[in-house]
Write a protein that binds this ligand. Structure first.
Ligand SMILES: Cc1cc2nc3c(=O)[nH]c(=O)nc-3n(C[C@H](O)[C@H](O)[C@H](O)COP(=O)(O)OP(=O)(O)OC[C@H]3O[C@@H](n4cnc5c(N)ncnc54)[C@H](O)[C@@H]3O)c2cc1C
Length: 553
């Protein structure tokens, strides 16, 4: 029995009885599975698509306190976020790395408005005091010249100075996968992707006691009934749909907010760290972020109310223009749609609760990023809201509720994830310069498992060559994704095990047939299936680019 192979997991889902069944394989569900399994609970997790295929591969990829939440006077939230950021830096130093942020300051005649400078300075002091300093550096003011070394195309007419502060970053999809692999390899959780929950089951007392999943798309005869003492709904923006399976109607507890990012070549918008830039006529900022190991940067995010289908939120031409215009407003890069090499759109699972003074906020940007754990009358435990950064705390609160439902001793089932290293964690290298070196690239994605990735290329040196033009991913990484990371489709490999699709969509499409042929033996695909996978992948990429108003080239 392999700890992370779908067929083996499906057999276990059918045969075993679990203490906890987690629905949803984004970062929240992954965190809950790891927390539960590491407390010694028999744990299963099912995901309807690929792991992290919902919001958890589409974030801004920051592990941060969120300076802007200080403006919303959410001091406790920022404190908690920063504590979690620090734990992630300790428990997953291979995946989570410090990232300096530049806030450029603009003014007239070489002078910044005193009010603006003072408000940034006090926010940054507050950030440091709330826990920001624990990253090892405090914020500092920098001159115009230093600001320009980080973002050289900043317009110099009004640039006066800047602030630098420190947060962290992570590849969201790989973090999610690593949490799941840790739950499976280290603590025996049964974990399967492409197994949507289609029904919840209830016992004679009416309490939820399991769920049915459909592992073969559209084929009812493939349904598996999973038995579990407690079921956790960790389905992000889909949480209301799963609650409706239990409660019979949609509770409308989630207010999805769409956020879009675009990728552009670094030679068009050079940036060696992250920069916070204002959006003209909108009281918000966006980030320009370097992408280590590539010659790319990304820009994001938008933040708009969303009422469309949850499964495939689209990036529109207006979203793209919003981001490019914001960058063009403060730089001389003159970005156009033709510069965009990749896009992604995600939905924030925000809580649709009134915010200030009982008034419902109109702007999704003003909605709280807090989380809640709700236990229904039938015992379904639902966790909603939160952030990538706070997944561990969300999981702890959720599993505390599960332990309560199970009637187990909270002391015997204490949470251990505060200092639980994720698989691959050994290096304590935090130097962003060192981590950006090519030899550190694998370490920054797989940690100690890099050895296993390199072993794939033993006797096949051609697998050490990059496969997608302009990106560093080697054939060995793609084969490893197929063999060891439960990738089931070409899209899983190119969009989440590697990030080729959102980095260089056109090049990913050009490489699709070759990648499909390369991984076919490990995927069990014949020639026709490999060709179909490449065609399906390219079709969905093309649709995404055209919807965003971008050329196919
Ligand atoms: C644009 C944007 C930028 C963001 N940036 C940041 C950031 O920089 N830092 C940060 O900390 N946070 C950030 N966030 C927030 C963070 O990404 C989310 O809070 C987090 O990813 C949500 O994870 P989740 O597991 O709750 O949801 P998801 O990742 O959506 O996971 C839910 C999963 O449930 C599955 N599912 C649904 N229905 C079923 C079913 N019936 N059966 C089985 N499975 C099902 C879905 O397929 C999905 O994979 C950002 C969010 C967005 C949208």
């Amino acid at each position: 029995m392999h700890p992370f192979r779908r067929d083996d997991a499906l057999r276990r889902l059918a045969d075993e009885e679990f203490d906890v069944l987690v629905i949803g394989g984004g970062i929240t569900g992954a965190g809950v599975a790891l927390d539960a399994a590491s407390r010694g609970l028999r744990t299963a997790l099912v995901e309807k698509g690929d792991f992290a295929s919902g919001t958890s591969s589409k974030s801004s990829k920051m592990v941060h306190g969120g300076i802007r939440y200080l403006q919303q006077r959410e001091f406790r939230l920022v404190y908690e976020n920063l504590a979690e950021r620090q734990r992630l830096l300790d428990n997953a130093p291979h995946l989570v790395t410090p990232l300096p942020f530049l806030i450029p300051l603009f003014g007239r005649d070489g002078v910044v408005s005193k009010t603006v400078a003072r408000s940034y300075a006090s926010a940054l002091w507050m950030y440091d005091l709330t826990g920001g300093w624990r990253i090892g550096e405090r914020h500092k003011e920098v001159g115009k010249e230093e600001a320009l070394t980080h973002l050289p195309t900043l317009t110099t007419d009004h640039l006066v100075a800047g602030f630098l502060y420190f947060d962290a970053r992570a590849d969201d999809a790989r973090l999610t996968l690593t949490v799941l692999r840790t739950a499976a390899f280290e603590y025996g959780a049964a974990v399967a992707n492409y197994t949507p929950v289609v029904r919840l089951s209830t016992g004679t007392n009416g309490a939820v006691n399991g769920a049915s999943v459909r592992p073969d798309e559209g084929d009812e005869s493939s349904d598996i009934a999973i038995r579990a003492r407690v079921v956790v709904n960790a389905t992000g923006v889909w949480a209301d749909e799963v609650r409706a399976l239990d409660e019979g109607s949609d509770p409308h507890a989630i207010r999805p907010a769409k956020g879009v990012h675009v990728t552009v070549p670094a030679d068009r918008l050079p940036c060696d760290i992250a920069a916070v830039i204002p959006v003209p006529k909108d009281k918000r900022s966006i980030f320009v972020v370097s992408w280590p190991g590539t010659d790319l940067v990304y820009l994001g995010t938008t933040d708009t109310d969303y009422r469309g289908p949850l499964d495939d939120p689209a990036c529109t031409p207006e979203d793209v223009d919003y981001l490019l215009e914001a960058a063009n407003n403060v730089t001389t890069s003159h970005l156009t749609r033709a510069d965009v090499t990749g896009v992604w759109a995600g939905l924030r699972p925000l809580l649709a609760a009134p915010t200030k003074g009982g008034h419902v906020s109109e702007r999704t940007a003003d909605l709280s990023r807090r989380h809640t754990v709700n236990v229904s009358a039938d015992g379904l435990v639902t966790v909603t809201g939160g952030k990538l950064t706070t997944y561990r705390k969300m999981a702890q609160d959720t599993v505390d509720a599960v332990v309560g439902r199970l009637g187990e001793s909270p002391r015997r089932r204490r949470c251990v994830t505060k200092s639980l290293p994720l698989i691959g964690a050994t290096t304590k290298t935090r130097d962003p310069v060192a981590l950006a070196q090519p030899q550190s690239r694998l370490l920054g994605r797989y940690g100690t498992e890099s050895r296993a990735v390199l072993a794939v290329a033993e006797g096949r040196p051609e697998l050490l060559e990059p496969v997608v033009a302009g990106l560093p991913y080697t054939g060995a990484e793609l084969v490893y994704a197929a063999r060891e990371e439960m990738a089931c489709t070409l899209d899983d490999v190119l969009s989440r095990r590697t990030r080729a699709t959102i980095q260089r969509a056109h090049d990913a499409m050009a490489a699709a047939a070759a990648v499909a042929a390369l991984i076919a033996p490990d995927m069990g695909w014949d020639e026709k299936e490999a060709t179909d996978q490449a065609a399906r992948f390219s079709e969905s990429c093309q649709k995404e680019l055209l919807t965003a108003g971008l050329d196919l080239r």
